[in-house]
Design a protein around this ligand. Structure first.
Ligand code: PLP
Length: 390
């Protein structure tokens, strides 16, 4: 029996993850400083961990309702009102998910009919294309440009739209570029979104990590709540990647459809994580603020280091990634990343892993301890200055 033939053929069309390949290389090389992973270098703040432990002590070890604990949904609803200014009904308009990862998957599966096109500005987070394909849709990538600060413009959006376009998948603050869309930037997209009757999935997982001004959600504009699903979670802002917790907020019909899939697949998100997350939001103290301040400090170190190296860096405005242009070295982004790893033992991700517009760039995560980041930047500087690269 040929088992390869029995595997879902869609999987054959999905290329292997360009990030995974680098993690495997890093795992096999000793003494590497990794600027590769998009994961906070902080442990979850103690007041949250403590609540997780306490909930276990009290014997909370069961399933919750499919939609998630009502108390958590109420906290999420209050939090979203603070963060975005949009009011969501915790009973009908909020679903607790297993990370934003599950939220992306559910939103796409709930909305995509076979052949529907999903518009994805790129460079983009690596899961959007594959999840769209697994949902039966077709990813249509929109190339954003560094000259525009890697933002989606109405012209770029308009050009990509066809009669099959159904969903626009936004991610600001952006992984991998660190780009942020201001209220003005978003407002310019609205007439195009309305004219073509698009739905919007807005991955706002990095909302708290906005360094200049306040985060603006696309759902906060008049008429947009009705066509937008916000996805957010605890992994990045609260340093809770391993707890696997996120949520979706949007129109009740879409949340009901997502819940229907979730109840037959995941059942519910882990109860310990839900209990801890109630505490994370209810008694939010300055723990998140302190982490954000530290990321912001590292961001400035990075911007300065790249300007000293003479490599162009779009100044990241959010998330914890920088996306410097390494094309002046004459190396492709894969060559740069591979040689940097072997010669200087610094791991970065080639920009090409995030789509064709990422070629000529590398992604650096500054969710890395300050001293490691400073040492890694020294090594990158040495690498760039090597004669062979000039
Ligand atoms: N969305 C974006 C843009 C991300 O960068 C990531 C993780 O890197 C995720 C979603 C996944 O987050 P979670 O841990 O909540 O599943």
């Amino acid at each position: 029996m040929n088992l390869e033939e029995k595997i879902n053929p869609v999987l054959r069309q999905i290329p292997p993850s360009g990030i995974r390949k680098f993690f495997d290389l890093v795992a096999n090389t000793k003494g590497v400083i990794s600027l590769g992973v998009g994961e906070p270098d902080f442990v979850t703040p103690w007041y949250i961990r403590e609540e997780g432990i306490y909930s276990l002590e009290k014997g909370y070890t069961m399933y919750t309702s499919n939609q998630g604990l009502l108390e958590l949904r109420e906290e999420i609803s209050r939090y979203l009102l603070r963060l975005t200014g949009v009011a969501y009904d915790p009973v009908q308009e909020v679903l607790v998910t297993v990370g934003v990862s599950e939220g992306v998957d559910l939103a796409l599966r709930a909305l995509v009919s076979p052949g529907d096109e999903v518009l994805i500005p790129e460079p983009s987070y690596v899961s959007y294309g594959p999840t769209t394909m697994l949902a039966g849709g077709k990813p249509v990538y929109i190339r954003t440009r560094p000259e525009n600060g890697f933002k989606l413009t109405p012209e770029l959006l308009e050009e990509a739209i066809t009669p099959k376009s159904k969903i626009l998948l936004l991610c600001y603050p952006n992984n991998p570029t660190g780009a942020v869309m201001t209220a003005d930037d978003l407002a310019k997209l609205l007439p195009v979104i309305a004219e073509h009757d698009l739905l919007v999935i807005s991955d706002e997982i990095y909302a708290e990590l906005t360094y200049e001004g306040k985060h603006v959600s696309v759902a906060s504009f008049p008429g947009m709540k009705e066509r937008t699903v916000i996805l957010n979670g605890f992994s990045k802002a609260f340093a809770m990647t391993g707890w696997r917790l996120g949520y979706a907020a949007g129109p009740k019909e879409i949340i009901a459809a997502m819940t229907k899939i979730h109840q037959y697949t995941m059942l519910c998100a882990p109860i310990t994580a839900q209990k801890a997350a109630i505490e994370a939001l209810k008694n939010q103290n300055d723990a998140v603020k302190k982490m954000v301040e530290e990321y912001n400090y590292r961001r400035r170190i990075l911007v300065e280091a790249f300007s000293e190296m003479g490599l162009w860096l779009f100044e990241p405005k959010g998330a914890f990634y920088a996306f410097p242009d390494i094309s002046a070295t004459g190396l492709s982004s894969e060559e740069f990343a591979e040689r940097l790893l072997f010669e200087e033992k610094v791991a970065v991700v080639p920009g090409s892993a995030f789509g064709p517009s990422g070629e000529g760039f590398i992604r650096i995560s500054y969710a890395t301890a300050r001293k490691d980041l400073i040492e890694a930047l020294k090594r990158i500087k040495r690498f760039v200055r090597k004669k062979s690269l000039k």
